[in-house]
Write a protein that binds this ligand. Structure first.
Ligand SMILES: Nc1ncnc2c1ncn2[C@@H]1O[C@H](COP(=O)(O)OP(=O)(O)OP(=O)(O)O)[C@@H](O)[C@H]1O
Length: 252
């Protein structure tokens, strides 16, 4: 069991749009990468997952997304058990991941990369076009450069494209794995501002970040992960005020 930071840690919804991860354990061979992890994202929330390199954040995201099977525990979404479902089924339920490292197709155009994100809706051409319009509205630079190769853009623009591609799946819950990795501080702010805007349209967000202070500015709640286990949870204010979080992740 992990601790609650003061004033925080209220969870417990199992209603529409809620993600519930319960007692999930993941191994890579003998190595235990996640140990009895339990976490909730309620509808409409931005929940931040803080943790150092190798803490297990990406493993948790991959497990929720159906790319990694847990050895025990359950993951449910909208009250439905999605544990062990394959990735396409999880996307079809409304959960899309923007993976660490972006995983773009650098030689394909920006627009083709976006359309690939709408794979599960490919028969709905009008819907795909509406999705493109929405993404271009959010990221005008992607419209301007839509015929350019994805790999020709700056790191920040590629991160915008990776987020846009995940949005093309029309998720209710967006899993954002370290979107600020390797970006300049101003670009980090832009990425987090876009995340806030996406959330304002009703999409809930689980955000893995090492950039704790910036992420906590936009998050409603958060968890701290260390060595594959959650050690702390709390509201934005509680985590920002927590001494352990401040010294380990904010550098105060
Ligand atoms: N496929 C794998 N096989 C074996 N060990 C793995 C594998 N993937 C990750 N690990 C190990 O599991 C642990 C958790 O890795 P994970 O990538 O989930 O951490 P993280 O918190 O996302 O860190 P990072 O930000 O560096 O990606 C690390 O010790 C890592 O070396």
């Amino acid at each position: 069991m992990h601790n609650s930071a003061q004033n925080g840690g209220q969870t417990g919804s199992s209603g529409q749009g809620a993600l519930q991860v319960q007692d999930v354990t993941v191994r890579y061979g003998e190595f235990v990468a996640l140990r009895n992890v339990s976490l909730t994202v309620n509808p409409g929330e931005i929940v931040v997952l803080l943790g150092a390199n190798g803490a297990g954040k990406s493993t948790l995201f991959r497990t929720i997304s159906g790319l990694q099977r847990p050895v025990s525990g359950t993951i449910s979404y909208n009250g439905e058990n999605i544990t062990g479902r394959d990735a396409a089924e999880v996307i079809g339920r409304g959960v899309a991941q923007c993976a660490e490292g972006r995983m773009l197709f650098p030689e394909l155009s920006i627009q083709k990369n976006l359309i690939l994100g709408a794979f599960i809706h490919r028969r709905d051409k009008n819907g795909v076009n509406r999705g493109l319009e929405e993404v271009y509205e959010l990221f005008p630079i992607l419209r301007d450069k839509r015929h350019d190769a994805a790999g020709s853009m700056s790191g920040g623009q590629q991160q915008m494209l990776a987020i846009g591609r995940a949005l093309m799946a029309r998720p209710q819950l967006l899993l954002l794995d370290e979107p600020s990795l390797g970006l300049a501080p101003l670009v980090v702010e832009q990425v987090l501002e876009v995340t806030r805007r996406i959330n304002a349209t009703g999409t809930s967000v689980l955000l893995a970040e090492q950039n704790a202070y910036a992420a906590l500015q936009i998050a409603h709640r958060g968890y701290v992960m260390e060595n594959g286990a959650l050690t702390l949870e709390g509201s934005q204010a509680a985590l920002l005020g927590n001494d352990a979080v401040r010294s380990a992740y904010i550098g105060v």
